[in-house]
Design a protein around this ligand. Structure first.
Ligand SMILES: Nc1nc2c(ncn2[C@@H]2O[C@H](COP(=O)(O)OP(=O)(O)O)[C@@H](O)[C@H]2O)c(=O)[nH]1
Ligand SMILES: [Mg+2]
Length: 712
C-alpha cells in the first residue's frame, strides 16, 4: 500500500455499548472498500477484528484492534474497541490517537449504559463525534426514539444528517438531508442507488435539512451571515461548517446503518473522507513542556506509543501514532522517558491479525513496529536532540482487587513472568506484591476483566494454573489508654549470657499532646510510619539506669513488634513509648537482650492498654441513573456504611458514603448485578477507624487460630 500524506489519512474509533455492532461495521467497511472479498460475521467467528480465540468463544470484542481501509483516495484507520467498561483501558488508548469517534447506537435499545459511560470519555478528549444508529433492520428498531434519547443524554448538538425509511425487516433506504437525496440499497446491501427524495418525505426532509443548516450556521459567524443573506447554505458550505463544529466538539451528526446488511457503511466512509478532520486539522498536540507540536510530515520525527501486545514468535509489538515528521523503517528515535535510542527496524500497517510491512508512515498515520527494547505504552519517541513528551493516556483506577497465587507450588516464577507480560500489555492491570498482606494482588476493572486476565495468564505460560482469593484487609492496631509495664529478659544458661530489664510507659499518641507527667524527657524521636500514623519514642531514663547505647535496641524491639501487632499481626500506629527505667548486667547486657526486653515490655503493655483494631474506611461514590438510587442505597446499608449524601454529576445521580474496605471486596460485581451495569463507582481511602467490638473479637480469634496452625 502506498504511503498516504497526512491530509488523506483519517483515524476513526468505533465506540458503543457491547453488541451494538462495531465489529460488524468494521467488517462491512473493509468489504465495501474491497479489502476483503467476503464479509465474516461475529456468529461465524470469522471477522477480521475479533481474531482472538477468547473473543470468538465469547462472541464479543475484548481488545482494541487496528484495521485500515481505503476509500476514494483516503486511508481510513479504524480502531475497533470493546464495549464493556471492564475494558475501558482499550477504549481510552484508542480515543487518545483517534481524530473522530463513531458512537454506534442500537436502534432496538437506544442509548445504553455503555453509550453513557463511553460518552464521558469522549468528552474528556473532546473528540469530534458522529452517531450511527445501527441495526435498523431489526423489527423493533426505532430511529426517532433513539435520536430523542441521544439528544436527552448527549445534548441538542446531536443533529440528524440521515433518517431511515422502512426501518425494520424491510429496511432498505436512507434519506440524507445533507445531500438532500435518498439512497436505496439492493437486498444484499452494498452500493446504493441514488434517488430523489419521495414526495411524501419532502416536507420532513426539508425540515431536517433546515435544522441542520441552522445548527451549522449557529457555530460559524461567516456562515450565519451567508445563511441570512441567501436563506440557504450549499453542500460545501455545510461540509465546511460541519467539520469546524465537529473539531470543536460542538455538533454530532447522526447517520443510519445496518452493518449486518451492509447498508450505509459506504456513505459513512464518504462522510469520513469529506468532512471528518484529518490529524493535521486537529488542534496541535501540547507537549509536557508546554510547546505545541504541529502534525506536519516535514516536522521532526515524533511518535506516541498507545498500545503494546506480545506476539508469539515475534515478541513485543508496539502500536503508535505519528504526531510529527515522516517515520522510515530503520530510523533511530530517542525514548523521552528513559533516553534510550530505539531502532524502528520494521514498520507495519495493521489489519487485525494481519500486518503488512511498509517503508514509511507520515504524520497523522497509525502503525506498528516490533522488538523495541525499552519502550512502553505512553512513551514518546522522537528525533535526537528534541525533547518532546506527549501527554499520557490516563487509565482508570482499579475497581476490584483479588489475591492471586499459582495453582501449583513452585510455579511462582512462571506466574510473575506471566503477570509482568499481562501488565505490560494492559496498563489497567496493576500487580502489587504486598509484604504487609503477604499476598500478590491483582487490581483490575471487574469480574469480566479478571476472567480475561486468568485466560491470558494460563495461555501465556504453558500448564500454568492460577487461583484467586480475597485480599486481606490492611488493618491497623492502636491502644486507648496508657499503661506502664516492665520486662526482664534473662538468659544465663550455656554460652554468652543475656540480661536486660526495661520499664516503659506505652500510651495512645495524639498530635500536640503534652509530655508525660512524672518523667523527665531526656531524648525524643518522632517516627512517621511507612504504614501511616506515628511512633513517638521518649528517653526518660534517669541516673544511667540503662546505658544510652541500648536505647536504639529497645526501639528496634518496639518497632519489630509494631510491624506484627499483638492482636491480629497488623501494623501498630499512633503510640508513644516512654522508657523510664531499667536494669543492666555489666557482662550479659547487650543489644539483643535490650531488643527482646523492649519488644516484650511493649507487647505486654499493649495488650493491657485497651488495644483497638482499626480498619480502613473508604469514601465510595456511586454514579447511577436516578431510578436505581433506592436499590443501591439499600445494598450499601448492608455494608456498615455512613451515608454522606446525594447529588448529581452530569446526568447521573451521585451517592456518597463512607464504608469499611472489608465490606467492599465484591462490590464491583454486586453493583453490576444490582444495576445491570448501569452504574459505576469509584473509591478513595479516607481514614482508619475502630472496628466494632464483635468484629474485633472475631479478627483476633482468626489470627490466633492461624498462628497456631502455622506453628503446627
Ligand atoms: N440485525 C442486525 N444485527 C447486527 C447488526 N450489526 C451487528 N449485529 C449483530 O449484533 C451482534 C453484536 O455485533 P458486534 O459487531 O459484535 O457488536 P460490538 O460488540 O459492538 O462489536 C452480532 O450478533 C452481530 O451479528 C445489524 O445492523 N443488524
Ligand atoms: Mg466488537
Amino acid at each position: 500500500m502506498a504511503n498516504f500524506d497526512t491530509s488523506h489519512v483519517k483515524n476513526i474509533v468505533l465506540l458503543g455499548h457491547a453488541g451494538c455492532g462495531k465489529t460488524t461495521l468494521a467488517e462491512s467497511m473493509l468489504f465495501e472498500a474491497g479489502l476483503i472479498n467476503r464479509r465474516g460475521s461475529v456468529e461465524e467467528r470469522n471477522t477480521v477484528a475479533d481474531f482472538y480465540e477468547l473473543e470468538q468463544q465469547r462472541g464479543n470484542s475484548i481488545f482494541s484492534k487496528l484495521l485500515h481501509t481505503q476509500w476514494r483516495g483516503y486511508k481510513i484507520n479504524i480502531l475497533d474497541t470493546p464495549g464493556y467498561d471492564d475494558f475501558a483501558g482499550e477504549v481510552l488508548s484508542s480515543l487518545r490517537v483517534a481524530d473522530t469517534g463513531i458512537m454506534l447506537l442500537n436502534a432496538n435499545f437506544g442509548v445504553e449504559v455503555g453509550s453513557d459511560i463511553i460518552w464521558e470519555y469522549t468528552e474528556h478528549f473532546k473528540t469530534p463525534m458522529i452517531f450511527a444508529v445501527n441495526k435498523l433492520d431489526l423489527d423493533k428498531a426505532d430511529f426517532d426514539k433513539t435520536v430523542a434519547q441521544a439528544k436527552d443524554h448527549f445534548g441538542r448538538n446531536v443533529i440528524v444528517v440521515q433518517y431511515p425509511l422502512n426501518q425494520g425487516q424491510g429496511f432498505d433506504s436512507i434519506v440524507d438531508v445533507l445531500r438532500m437525496t435518498m439512497y436505496k440499497f439492493p437486498a444484499q446491501g452494498g452500493k446504493p442507488g441514488k434517488l430523489p427524495i419521495p414526495d411524501n418525505e419532502k416536507e420532513k426532509a426539508e425540515l431536517l435539512h433546515k435544522e441542520l443548516i441552522e445548527a451549522i450556521a449557529e457555530n460559524d459567524e461567516g456562515l450565519m451571515e451567508k445563511y441570512f443573506e441567501k436563506g440557504e447554505l450549499d453542500e460545501d458550505e455545510m461540509k465546511t461548517g460541519l467539520k469546524k463544529a465537529m473539531i470543536h466538539h460542538d455538533l454530532f451528526p447522526v447517520f443510519c446503518l445496518s452493518a449486518k446488511k451492509n447498508m450505509g457503511s459506504g456513505r459513512l466512509m464518504g462522510f469520513i473522507d469529506n468532512v471528518c478532520p484529518s490529524a493535521n486539522e486537529m488542534p496541535a498536540q501540547t507537549t509536557k513542556s508546554g510547546s505545541a507540536l504541529a502534525c506536519d510530515a516535514n516536522g521532526p520525527a515524533c511518535v506516541f506509543i498507545y498500545k503494546t501486545i506480545s506476539e508469539p514468535h515475534i515478541g513485543e509489538m508496539s502500536f503508535f501514532k505519528v504526531y510529527s515528521g515522516t517515520i522510515k523503517s530503520g530510523m533511530e528515535l530517542v525514548n523521552e522517558s528513559n533516553g534510550v535510542t530505539e531502532k524502528l527496524n520494521q514498520l507495519f500497517i495493521v489489519e487485525g491479525a494481519k500486518r503488512t510491512a511498509v517503508n514509511e508512515l507520515s504524520a497523522g498515520d497509525i502503525g506498528a513496529t516490533i522488538k523495541l527494547k525499552h519502550t512502553h505504552v505512553n512513551n514518546t519517541l522522537h528525533a535526537r536532540g528534541k525533547n518532546y513528551e506527549l501527554p499520557p493516556i490516563e487509565f482508570p483506577s482499579p475497581l476490584m482487587s483479588v489475591a492471586i497465587e499459582p495453582a501449583q507450588k513452585g510455579d511462582e516464577e512462571k506466574l510473575s513472568i506471566a503477570l509482568h507480560q499481562v501488565q505490560e500489555e494492559d496498563p489497567t492491570v496493576v500487580v502489587e506484591v504486598s509484604a504487609e498482606l503477604r499476598q500478590t494482588i491483582i487490581h483490575c476493572q471487574g469480574e469480566l476483566h479478571l476472567s480475561v486476565i486468568k485466560f491470558r495468564l494460563e495461555h501465556i505460560s504453558r500448564n500454568l494454573g492460577v487461583k484467586f482469593s480475597k485480599t486481606r484487609i490492611p488493618y491497623r492496631e492502636t491502644i486507648r489508654k496508657p499503661v506502664q509495664s516492665n520486662y526482664r529478659h534473662k538468659k544465663q544458661s550455656g554460652g554468652a549470657g543475656q540480661f536486660a530489664e526495661v520499664y516503659m510507659q506505652v500510651e495512645p499518641w495524639r498530635e500536640g499532646m503534652p509530655d508525660p507527667k512524672g518523667f523527665s524527657v531526656r531524648g525524643r524521636d518522632e517516627y512517621k510510619l511507612d504504614w501511616g500514623g506515628k511512633l513517638v519514642f521518649l528517653n526518660c531514663i534517669v541516673g544511667g539506669a540503662i546505658d544510652q547505647r541500648f536505647l536504639p535496641s529497645i526501639l528496634k524491639g518496639v518497632m519489630e513488634k509494631m510491624q506484627v501487632g499483638p492482636l491480629t499481626g497488623s501494623y501498630v500506629r499512633d503510640v508513644r513509648v516512654s522508657v523510664y527505667d531499667g536494669k543492666m548486667h555489666p557482662v550479659d547486657s547487650n543489644d539483643i537482650s535490650f531488643k527482646i526486653a523492649g519488644l516484650m515490655a511493649f507487647k505486654q503493655a499493649f495488650q493491657q492498654a485497651d488495644p483497638q483494631v482499626l480498619e480502613p474506611i473508604y469514601t465510595v461514590t456511586v454514579l447511577c441513573p436516578d431510578d436505581l438510587t433506592g436499590n443501591i442505597i439499600g445494598d450499601l446499608q448492608t455494608r456498615r456504611v455512613i451515608m454522606e449524601g446525594m447529588d448529581t454529576e452530569g446526568h447521573f445521580t451521585k451517592i456518597t458514603a463512607k464504608v469499611p474496605l472489608a465490606e467492599m471486596s465484591d462490590y464491583s460485581s454486586s453493583l453490576r448485578s444490582i444495576t445491570q451495569g448501569r452504574a459505576k463507582f469509584r473509591m478513595a481511602f479516607y481514614e482508619y477507624a475502630p472496628v466494632p467490638f464483635d468484629a474485633q473479637r472475631k479478627l483476633i480469634d482468626e489470627y490466633h487460630k492461624m498462628a497456631v496452625k502455622e506453628e503446627a
